[in-house]
Design a protein around this ligand. Structure first.
Ligand code: CA
Length: 257
C-alpha cells in the first residue's frame, strides 16, 4: 500500500499530508519511493526527510506507477524487484508520461547492466546496500539538475568533469577511468572531484579536510592521506608514480593537468 501522501490523497484531506510527513510548507520537493521492503523504504524516507524532502512510499509496482503518474512528484526512487509489475516495467511506463528523474535501485549488480542495456530512461541506478548519505547526495544532484532545466525543452545533460582519461559524472556521481567505471565512496568522490575541478592548485591537507569533511566530523588530517591513497589505487596505473594527484612534499596535493 501507499502511505503518507497516498493515504492523504485518498481521504481528500490535504492537511494530513503535512501531518503525516511531519513537515510544513508546499514548496518542498516531493519524492516517491517504490519499494517493497518496508525497512529499506522507511530508512530512505527518514534520511530524505532529514534533508527536507517530502516523501511518500508505495510498496508495489502497480500502486507506485499509478501514484507516480497521478501525483505531483519531483523524483522517483524505484526498486527493481517488486511484487506484481517489476521495476523495469514501472520505469518504462513512468517515462511514457513523465520526465521526472528516476533513480533505480537493485540488489543485484547484474541488473545494472540490464537497466543500462534496455535504455529504459532511468537517470541513475544504485546497487543495494548503499549508504543513506550516498542516496541523499544523488537525489539532491538529480533534483538540482531537473529544477535547472524544468520548463525548458532541453534534454537534461549530466554535469561532467573530464581530464586526461578520467571522466567524473557529477550528476550521477560516477567515475570512469579510461572508460571503465570505478566505485568511489562519498568522500573519495567529493575529494577527487574537488581536486579535479581545481587543477594545478596545491591544497594543504588542512584545506582539503576543511573542504570535504564537516568541521565537527570525527577524524583528522590523516583521513585526507588515507583517502588520497585509496583514490590513487583507483585512478593511477602506478601508485608509486602518480600521474594525476601529485604529492607536493611538505605542502599537500594537487591534481596535475
Ligand atoms: Ca524489492
Amino acid at each position: 500500500m501507499c502511505r503518507a501522501y497516498c493515504a492523504a490523497r485518498v481521504s481528500g484531506n490535504a492537511e494530513s499530508v503535512v501531518i503525516n510527513c511531519g513537515k510544513a510548507g508546499n514548496d518542498m520537493s516531493r519524492i516517491l519511493i517504490i519499494e517493497d521492503e518496508v525497512a529499506i523504504a522507511d530508512l530512505e524516507k527518514d534520511y530524505l526527510e532529514l534533508s527536507d524532502f517530502q516523501v511518500s512510499i508505495c510498496n508495489t509496482g502497480d500502486e507506485g506507477l499509478t501514484e507516480a503518474l497521478n501525483g505531483n512528484y519531483d523524483l522517483v526512487i524505484l526498486d527493481l524487484m517488486l511484487p506484481g509489475m517489476d521495476g523495469f516495467e514501472v520505469c518504462r511506463k513512468i517515462r511514457e508520461g513523465k520526465n521526472i528523474p528516476i533513480l533505480m535501485v537493485s540488489a543485484k549488480k547484474d541488473d545494472i547492466d540490464k537497466i543500462r542495456g534496455l535504455g529504459l530512461g532511468a537517470d541513475d541506478y544504485m546497487t543495494k546496500p548503499f549508504s543513506p548519505s550516498e542516496l541523499v547526495a544523488r537525489v539532491k544532484a538529480h533534483m538540482a539538475r531537473y529544477e535547472r532545466l524544468v520548463g525548458t525543452n532541453q534534454k537534461p545533460q549530466n554535469d561532467i568533469v573530464e581530464i586526461r582519461g578520467i571522466r567524473i559524472d557529477k550528476t550521477a556521481r560516477r567515475v570512469y577511468v579510461d572508460g571503465v567505471e570505478r566505485t568511489f565512496t562519498t568522500k573519495e568522490f567529493d575529494l577527487l572531484t574537488f581536486l579535479a575541478e581545481n587543477p594545478n592548485h596545491v591544497f594543504t591537507k588542512e584545506e582539503l579536510f576543511r573542504e570535504i569533511w564537516d568541521m565537527d566530523s570525527i577524524g583528522d588530517i590523516a583521513t585526507v592521506t588515507v583517502h588520497i591513497k585509496k583514490i590513487r589505487e583507483k585512478i593511477e596505473a602506478d601508485t608509486a608514480k602518480p600521474q594525476y594527484i601529485e604529492t607536493i612534499w611538505g605542502v599537500g596535493y594537487r591534481f596535475k593537468v
